[in-house]
Ligand binder design. Structure first.
Ligand code: TYM
Length: 333
């Protein structure tokens, strides 16, 4: 059914309760590709263990992330939805690509530096080689397009470098992927410190809107959002907090930033924050109820996982046999 279509791949770590940043920067955009592309959307549990996880929680979040994919509009009939650890080719190609990724390149990754600073007692080799596993995720499926937030841009560029390097040595093997980074929502900022990215693992709950937060919580968190001491709803120097709220409001209402500024011209921050909170709560209402329905049916989620991983493994195997032959592994099947 998917023959001849170009491929989209993306992944989300089940490492915490997903945020409005994950939603607006990535997941909300995924379903737009489903008709035109062959889409693989993966729950990347192997990436998640680069920082310590509670095993029971990781398992639950893996189910939840899959349920959330569907609650956000991904139809399992039109998209291959699967869990990374169910397709061993990711680890296999990850190892091979480790051998085509330079120490210096990995040392320059800003996410490695940030995460090492945050987890000083667990700077493990997996955290360091995380980007070559991510390259494997993408290159296994001959991916053309990778929808992600801007924080993944550096990893994506490294994936392209690795693909080009491998192709340069062995001849065309991998499609060299392009990123698809949304314009206004590529980096949703923390509500408490608008110079920082909104992050799943932020210990300050007021900084983060969770996709599954209830309506009152969402509205309360937006009311408390840190802004500047001015009163005009406008983008500009020193107004990162307001600018972030303008992007969020624009994204959930479909309005462009100029129109948002015009709509709130002459009205104060209080009015604006309430409007943003209500609009976000409205737009997530349906996701929340669908999630409640889907996540209650574990057996159905397991069926989706099984079907998705079988399909993904088939496609991955085609790339793997090519790669193994090219690097000189023997094949005696
Ligand atoms: P992860 O799990 O941190 O985030 C999932 C997706 O959400 C985007 N995102 C944001 N976008 C806008 N504003 C934010 N505040 C924000 N926070 C997160 C991320 O850019 C990402 O698109 N390494 C990846 C997972 C991964 C992957 C892949 C992605 C593994 N293999 C292959 C694409 C292709 C990660 O940690 O995403």
């Amino acid at each position: 059914m998917f023959q001849d279509k170009k491929v989209v791949f993306s992944g989300v770590q089940p490492s915490g309760s997903l945020t409005l940043g994950n939603y607006l920067g990535a997941i909300k955009n995924f379903s737009a590709f489903s008709d035109e592309y062959r889409c693989y959307y993966c729950v990347v549990d192997m990436h998640a263990i680069t920082v310590r996880q509670n095993p029971a929680e990781l398992r639950r979040r893996t189910y939840d992330t899959l349920a959330l994919y569907m609650a956000c509009g991904l139809d399992p009939e039109k998209n291959v939805l699967f869990v990374q650890s169910h397709v061993p080719a990711h680890a296999e190609l990850g190892w091979i690509l480790d051998c085509y990724t330079m120490f210096g390149e990995l040392s320059r990754m800003t996410q490695f530096k940030d995460k090492s600073a945050k987890n000083a007692d667990n700077i493990n080799a997996g955290l360091f080689t995380y980007p070559s596993l991510m390259a494997a995720d993408i290159l296994l499926y001959q991916t053309e397009l990778v929808p992600v937030g801007v924080d993944q841009k550096q990893h994506l560029e490294l994936s392209r470098d690795i693909a080009n390097r491998f192709n340069g040595v062995y001849g065309d093997t991998f499609v060299v992927p392009e990123g698809y980074i949304p314009q206004t929502t590529a980096k949703i900022m923390s509500l408490a410190e608008p110079s920082k990215k909104m992050s799943k693992s932020d210990p300050n709950e007021n900084a983060v809107i969770r996709i599954l937060d209830d309506r009152d919580t969402i509205i309360r968190k937006f009311k408390r959002a840190v802004t500047d001491s001015g009163c005009e709803v406008r983008r500009g120097e020193g107004k990162e907090g307001i600018e972030n709220l303008i992007s969020i409001y624009g994204a959930v209402t479909g309005k462009n930033p100029d129109d948002v500024e015009a709509e709130f011209d002459g009205r104060g921050y209080g009015d604006f924050k309430l409007a943003v909170g209500e609009a976000v709560a409205d737009s997530l209402e349906n996701v929340r109820s669908e999630f409640a329905r889907l996540s209650a049916d574990k057996k159905y989620l397991e069926d989706i996982m099984r079907k998705g991983s079988a399909e993904a493994a088939r496609a991955a195997m085609r790339t793997m046999s090519k790669v193994k032959r090219k690097v000189g592994f023997t094949d005696v099947r």
